[in-house]
Every structure is written in structure tokens, then in C-alpha cells.
Design a binder for this molecule. Structure first.
Ligand code: ZN
Length: 337
């Protein structure tokens, strides 16, 4: 089988995607609609969305992300974005997805978390009912919002458990605060039935990953490509099986790793567990199959492409056929907060 045939097979087979942000899944047309609804001059037409895709490094991307989030004015807007996400999952035959949903962003927007959560849940549940594949949620605390905001995310989940949530992670600006600041937050996770994940080694080097591994003990790391320059760390990742959820288009667009210089194949061939995802498909204009195509262009063999695809299911926090972690201990009766 050659790469073209391997990619054709991949297109038809169910795939897993483990590194995918809800807000970043918004389609350009939805962005224009949201801007119009919010009376915002930010995205008057599709050309303006395309123009904003040319940003300056990770800080430029985070500004774009913030602008997108500011257009989300209520639960119905989150539902709209969730429908963009599920439509793509269906189109791409993604049988299992873990989606980062951020109560911290919802709080910053001044919205009611439970109303937003219920709106998203309805879309995800309907997707599953219609045979669209399974979706699990990673609750996301934005690193630059600080540990107190991260604690509040867990407080919300403790009071109002969301059975669909299987993990907790830190996204946002990796360089804003050290991982050790969040160690007390991560220590709460086992009691809440949430697995630890974290964004690290995207624009940070090996030291950022070493720090995250030491203090947060993640099951998987979003990006993690910064490990490649440290042979000891690469060996450690290979031995422990901590997976790296790599996103080639995202790394190329933010300048974290221009595609031609991506260390993904070196990591894979050194025995590191690597999965492939889109990160923010709506904002980067990519698809999961497009990511596999880029991996093939870097020189991955058909066997390696198939191996990475299988790893997506193996590294899942709630793999098919296995029960998801027990929901947190029952909190008080549900009340709006
Ligand atoms: Zn990400």
C-alpha cells in the first residue's frame, strides 16, 4: 500500500481526535454571522476572516481566539459553534473525539456556565444519538487566567458534575505561568474523576515539559513538540507512554514549528506515543485528514500513518468499550450559579 492508498483508507475509516477546542472549531461563515448578531465590526465578511488567519505567532493567534470568544454572547452561540464542530466530526468520520470546553472562558464572558454547558451537551448528545460517534470533554482552564480561575473550574464541576467530562487541562499561553503554580489544582483531579492533561512544549522548550511532567503528571500533553531537542526527555516520554497530541497545521501557523522542521516523525520513530489532531480547525482552516496528509508529506510510511491513527483510540481517556471514569461524588442539588 502506498501513501495515497493509506490516506484513502484513513478517510473512510473511523478516526479519533484528542486535541480539539470548541471555540476554535467555528466555521468562517458562522464567525461572520456571530459578528453580525453581536453588532461587532470584527468579521464583516469571509475575506476578513481569511485576513485574520495571517497572525503573528502564538500571541497573535491568542488575540484572534479572544476576539472569537468575545462574539459568544449566550448559550445559543455556543450551540452554534458546537454544531459546526459536530458537523465536521461527521463529515470526517471521527468516531471518538475529546473536546476542550472552557468554563473559565464562559466565566470571563459573564455567562451562566450551566446554561452554556446544557446547550453544548444537547448538541453533543444529539450527535451521538444520530450515530455521529462519541464525544468526551476535557474541561479547560486557561493558563494565563491563573490558578484561582482553574480552581473555580473544578469547583463548578464538583458542584455540578458533567458526566461527559473525562479530563482537565490547561490551555492558553504556555509561557504565562509555570506549571508548578497549578500543582494544587491538579492534585484535586483524582477525587473528581478527571484525568490530567496539559498544553506544554508548544512554544516552550524541554524545560517547560519537564516542569509539567513533574508537577502535573499529565496522561497526555497537547503539542509537546518542544521535547524533541532533549534526548533524555524523549527517552523518558517513550518509556512512560505519555502521549503527545500533535497538530501540524497549528504549529506551522503559530510558528511553533514550521511544517518542514516539525520533529513529529523523529518523536514517533524514537518510540514516543504520538496522536494527530487539528487543534482549532475553523481558525486554522484544516481537517484531520489534512493533518495526516501533511504527516505523509513529511515522509511517514503507510504503516506509520495507520499506527498514528490507531494510537488516537489507544491514548483516549475513555476508549470505546471501556467505562469512563466514575463521575465525581454527588454535590448538592443542582442550582444555577
Ligand atoms: Zn490546543
Amino acid at each position: 500500500m502506498n501513501s495515497v492508498e493509506a490516506l484513502r483508507t484513513l478517510r473512510l475509516r473511523p478516526k479519533a481526535e484528542l486535541h480539539l477546542h470548541l471555540e476554535g472549531s467555528v466555521r468562517p461563515a458562522t464567525l461572520v454571522r456571530l459578528a453580525r448578531r453581536a453588532g461587532s465590526p470584527l468579521f464583516p465578511d469571509l475575506a476578513s476572516v481569511r485576513a485574520r488567519r495571517r497572525f503573528d505567532g502564538l500571541p497573535g493567534f491568542l488575540t484572534l481566539y479572544r476576539d472569537v470568544c468575545r462574539l459568544l454572547r449566550g448559550p445559543e452561540d455556543f450551540a452554534l459553534v458546537a454544531r459546526d464542530l459536530t458537523a465536521r466530526l461527521r463529515r470526517e468520520r471521527i468516531g471518538y473525539a475529546e473536546v476542550y470546553v472552557s468554563p473559565a472562558i464562559v466565566a470571563r464572558l459573564g455567562l451562566d456556565w450551566l446554561e452554556v454547558r446544557d446547550a453544548i451537551e444537547e448538541v453533543f448528545a444529539s450527535h451521538e444519538r444520530c450515530g455521529g460517534g462519541r464525544i468526551r470533554v476535557l474541561l479547560d482552564a486557561v493558563r494565563q487566567f491563573g490558578p484561582d480561575a482553574a480552581h473555580r473550574v473544578l469547583d463548578l464541576h464538583a458542584r455540578h458534575p458533567w458526566p461527559r467530562a473525562v479530563g482537565f487541562g490547561l490551555g492558553g499561553d504556555e509561557l504565562a505561568l509555570p506549571a508548578r503554580d497549578f500543582a494544587p489544582v491538579y492534585r484535586r483531579l483524582p477525587r473528581l474523576g478527571l484525568a490530567p492533561v496539559v498544553h506544554a512544549g508548544e512554544v516552550g522548550g524541554p524545560e517547560s515539559l519537564v516542569e509539567a511532567l513533574r508537577w502535573l503528571k499529565p496522561r497526555r500533553i497537547a503539542h509537546g513538540i518542544g521535547a524533541a531537542s532533549d534526548r533524555v526527555l524523549v527517552r523518558r516520554l517513550a518509556l512512560t507512554g505519555v502521549a503527545l497530541d500533535v497538530c501540524l497545521t497549528s504549529n506551522d501557523a503559530t510558528g511553533a514549528a514550521p511544517l518542514a522542521r516539525s520533529p513529529v516523525l523523529a518523536l514517533l520513530r524514537a518510540g514516543v506515543t504520538v496522536t494527530l489532531s487539528t487543534d482549532d480547525p475553523g481558525l486554522f482552516g484544516t481537517t484531520l485528514l489534512g493533518e495526516y496528509r501533511k504527516l505523509a508529506r513529511l515522509g511517514a510510511t503507510p504503516r506509520e500513518l495507520a499506527f498514528v491513527a490507531r494510537t488516537g483510540f489507544r491514548a483516549a481517556l475513555a476508549p470505546p468499550g471501556r467505562h469512563q471514569p466514575s463521575p465525581p461524588a454527588a454535590g448538592p442539588a443542582r442550582t444555577r450559579s
